[in-house]
Design a protein around this ligand. Structure first.
Ligand SMILES: *Cc1c(COP(=O)(O)O)cnc(C)c1O
Length: 176
């Protein structure tokens, strides 16, 4: 097992993950907890505070917020021990010498920036995909109003939920 992947709020089911429990499980087996925080956004959930090692987002949705830019991001807590207490073969790209980069060991050389540096090096240099500057501009601009938009999303959702709750043709169903 290399990692455990969870969504903080699952899309589309809306199931809320118990991140703390999952983080404890990950600690036991020494794998990173990777949390897709797209639906909650950092406004509603900060997975690092519940033990996540890496957080990913589709920035296409709430973060950019205007349906004008596609993108994604990876945020590294810098806290995961990629050498797994000496078991360097578990994550060889990070914990063992990398021939494509003059034999450096990313974790040894970059420490808490190992994953980020590796993701830049391999993602940008080796694989190539990078965000278009215009999309980056839209995304950064959009993020400035995240808190205002999320506040409104939440109050709208609350109003809809309260309307449906008292509607005679709607009954509550416990799906899970
Ligand atoms: C939409 C979505 C994605 C994928 O995002 P794209 O920007 O369309 O690639 C990933 N995770 C979750 C939870 C999503 O809702």
């Amino acid at each position: 097992m290399k990692l455990l992947w969870a969504e903080s709020i699952a899309n589309p089911g809306g199931i809320v993950s118990d991140l703390e429990q999952l983080a404890h499980l990950c600690d036991e087996v020494k794998v990173p907890l990777v949390v897709d925080n797209t639906a909650a956004t950092p406004y509603l959930c900060r997975p690092f505070e519940h033990g996540a090692s890496l957080v990913v987002h589709s920035t296409t949705k709430y973060l950019s917020g205007h349906g004008n830019a596609m993108g994604g991001c990876v945020v590294d807590s810098g806290l995961f021990d990629w050498s797994c207490g000496g078991d360097v073969e578990k994550f060889p790209s990070l914990a063992m010498p990398e021939p494509a980069y003059h034999g450096i060991t990313f974790f040894e050389t970059f420490g808490d920036l190992a994953f980020t540096t590796f993701a830049h090096a391999v993602g940008l240099r080796d694989l190539g995909p990078t965000m278009a500057p215009q999309n980056a501009f839209y995304t950064i601009n959009g993020i400035e109003t995240l808190s205002l938009r999320m506040e409104r999303h939440c109050s709208n959702a609350q109003a809809v939920a309260e309307f449906l709750e008292q509607h005679p043709k709607v009954s509550l169903m416990n799906q899970y």
